[in-house]
Ligand binder design. Structure first.
Ligand SMILES: Cc1cc2nc3c(=O)[nH]c(=O)nc-3n(C[C@H](O)[C@H](O)[C@H](O)COP(=O)(O)O)c2cc1C
Length: 250
């Protein structure tokens, strides 16, 4: 077998997979990482009454582009709430046979596993101090993680110094919590997390377009540096995809 990519593809075929934790009767992992009990929680506006400027699906699909130039106008909190709902919003919770719940969300996920946490580097959102936050999808709230404006430049440096990212309003960093997926699918779950990330990224692109904003997917980043900055071990939890978003110029 040639390179590591081919080996990964081969070894994640069904014939190589052993018994999963689910098959062994292990309880499913929690739906969401706990928030630090001392951390500040921030309510997000409900998207119930939110009306995007453009709600023609055809138009948003047709106009979608990767945007790397942004206006200095901040995004509003309702707009951020809309982007978070579009990328990870919980639309239904259903009881699971092994106890607890599974969620249905605005994005599909293999086996409904929803293995991602959303970290946000806030640069320019009205009413939110710059810094690092995490989205609590179940409660539709934010939890403050590192409320420092110095965080964004460090994060962007870890994205191979793509300095234009500093002019975006918000940087999304989707973090895989591997056991939420491998509990059911073992090593094959890594394929599924990559596929899931694509769905999330596309919804960010389309939701950004619907508010006359723009997004750009980011895969050029130093894994070890971004994981260190977010306090992740890089194995059981790691950044799987990044996306920027801001208001389009002019
Ligand atoms: C998985 C993925 C990773 C990407 N990584 C980067 C990146 O690190 N930096 C960047 O400027 N653009 C990045 N892009 C944007 C692509 O360069 C862009 O989609 C491509 O040039 C086509 O342009 P369009 O999206 O406007 O159609 C990425 C896109 C995808 C889907």
């Amino acid at each position: 077998m040639s390179g590591i990519g081919n080996q990964f593809w081969e070894k994640t075929k069904y014939k190589h997979l052993g018994q999963s934790d689910q098959q062994k009767g292990v309880t499913q992992p929690k739906l969401q990482l706990d928030a630090d009990s001392q951390a500040k929680l921030i309510d997000l506006p409900s998207i119930g009454q939110f009306q995007p400027q453009q709600d023609s699906l055809r138009t948003v699909i047709e106009n979608r582009r990767s945007v790397r130039k942004f206006s200095k106008d901040p995004l509003s909190l309702p707009e951020l709430s809309w982007l978070l709902w579009a990328t990870q919003g919980v639309t239904m919770s259903v009881p699971h046979a092994t106890g607890g719940y599974v969620t249905r969300r605005t994005v599909p996920s293999a086996g409904g596993r929803h293995a991602f946490e959303t970290y946000l580097v806030i640069n320019n959102v009205a009413g939110l101090a710059p810094g690092l936050y995490r989205f609590l999808a179940v409660e539709h709230k934010l939890v403050e993680v590192v409320p420092e404006s110095a965080f964004a430049p460090k994060f962007v440096a870890a994205c191979l110094s793509q300095n234009w990212m500093l002019n975006s309003a918000v940087i999304f960093a989707w973090v895989a919590v591997a056991e939420r997926m491998t509990w059911r699918y073992n090593e094959r779950g890594y394929r599924y997390m990559l596929l899931d990330a694509g769905h999330v990224g596309q919804n960010l692109y389309l939701a950004a377009e619907s508010i006359n904003g723009g997004a750009c997917g980011i895969a050029a980043y130093d894994d070890d540096l971004v994981n260190d900055l977010l306090g992740l071990d890089g194995e059981s939890r790691f950044v799987i995809y990044i996306g920027t978003c801001g208001r389009r110029p002019g």
